[in-house]
Design a protein around this ligand. Structure first.
Ligand SMILES: Cc1ncc(COP(=O)(O)O)c(C=O)c1O
Length: 394
């Protein structure tokens, strides 16, 4: 069933928002950096939060706010992933879940594999957990491969060499890669062979594009269910990051025991508004909104391809299979290792800095297209105007 695209709020409304996206730069800068979207909230979330505000329901999160049941129903409906509600625990955000799971499964000084270019807090949180980062870069697309791939042989070498865990991003930020089930199953086998765990950040899972099969890591194989921890949240798809609620999901008694052994404070830190909003997000009543958002993102994905082809033909970009983040190689324009610095100053467009995702990100920017087609068009036109002026004066 196709849905009309969800329409973003107008810029004059968005500029009244007080979040990072809207309060980091002055109004003459178009903010396309941090992963917040410009859409109105799903109506069921608005209603639930409005009711809570009306009665001052702003206390602590109760022992069972219904997150396990809500997420299990959502994952069954949307992905065919059978989750046992008893094996779902909450915490404040995905990265806090990652840090706590790393602390519980590794010892200080252990090495943890990541696949850069990857979401910059991965490295930061591995260090917060007292571990060391072991980069095994993604394999870039070639003429023969369709998209970015995990370097499974490299991961096998790293784990064989003593690394204790893999911090996976599935779907991947910033490339938007949705890993094939076979690669995830192979990764699980490698981890099992070396007694390592896989912590899989699945926050972008709800936003996989139509026609692409998303395999939640825990469903990739019985071994994946044994070695894996999934950490996820409604916060990216439903723009709820400020409300502080994420989920840790397991599928085996051993991993479930690890989550249950975490300090009770980890769960206590879940925000009540985050829990209320997530339950409303995962409810079937919000499915239509989510599909309308996915339609809007599909429209922007195609639009961005067109805009780049027309206005920035030297840019290299592969449409992401999930999410609203575009990973764009603009190195041909000569804007240096970190083009976002130059473009914020000259084009007045704020993009995420490629090199923060790892050295593989030199010459890249990450652009958030969870906005209106008009804002996306203006951003690319502003950047193209800079490219044009520079070419003319060269
Ligand atoms: C892959 C990934 N993980 C985690 C997060 C942050 O999630 P949280 O705010 O729940 O820590 C983001 C935000 O963009 C993300 O892209």
């Amino acid at each position: 069933m196709s849905h009309a695209p969800l329409e973003a709020l107008p810029l004059e409304v968005l500029r009244r928002r007080s979040s990072t996206k809207w309060r980091t730069y002055p109004d003459d800068v178009l903010p396309m950096f941090v992963a917040e979207t410009d859409y109105p909230l799903a109506p069921a979330i608005t209603a639930r939060l409005a009711e809570a505000v009306a009665i001052g329901d702003t206390g602590y999160t109760p022992p069972d706010p219904g997150l396990g049941r809500a997420f299990a129903a959502f994952s069954q409906r949307r992905f065919g992933w059978t989750v046992d509600p008893e094996r779902v625990r909450s915490t404040a955000d995905v990265m806090m879940g990652v840090v706590e799971l790393l602390r519980a499964t590794t010892a200080p000084g252990d090495r943890v594999v990541i696949a850069p270019p990857v979401y910059p807090p991965f490295a930061i949180c591995i260090e917060e957990a007292g571990c060391l980062v072991e980069p095994v870069p993604l394999q870039a697309p070639t003429a023969d491969t369709d998209g970015w791939r995990l370097d499974l042989a490299g991961i096998e070498r790293a784990l064989g060499d003593g690394a204790r865990a893999v911090l996976l991003c599935n779907p991947h930020n910033p490339t938007g890669t949705v890993y094939p089930a076979a690669d995830l199953a192979a990764l699980a086998d490698i981890a099992a062979r070396h007694g390592a765990v896989v912590i899989s950040d699945e926050i972008h899972g709800p936003l996989v594009r139509g026609g692409v099969t998303y395999t939640p890591f825990l469903t990739a194989s019985p071994t994946a269910a044994e070695v894996g921890f999934a950490v996820t949240s409604a916060s990216k798809a439903y723009n709820l990051a400020g409300l502080k609620c994420a989920l840790m999901v397991t599928a085996h008694d051993r991993t479930t025991a690890v989550v249950r052994s975490l300090n009770p404070e980890v769960e206590w830190r879940t925000g009540l508004f985050g829990a209320l909003a997530a339950v409303a997000a995962f409810d079937a009543a919000s499915d239509e909104w989510l599909d309308a958002e996915r339609t809007a993102l599909e429209r922007n994905r195609t639009l961005l391809t067109e805009l780049l082809r027309t206005h920035l033909p030297l840019a290299r970009y592969r449409e992401p299979d999930a999410g609203y983040l575009a990973w764009i190689d603009v190195s041909a324009y000569g804007w240096g290792d970190d083009p976002a610095v130059h473009l914020r100053r000259t084009a007045k467009v704020a993009l995420h800095h490629g090199p923060e995702f790892g050295p593989e990100g030199r010459g890249y920017v990450r652009l958030n297209f969870g906005c209106s087609p008009e804002v996306l068009t203006e951003a690319i036109e502003r950047i193209a105007a800079v490219a044009g002026t520079e070419r003319a004066s060269a």
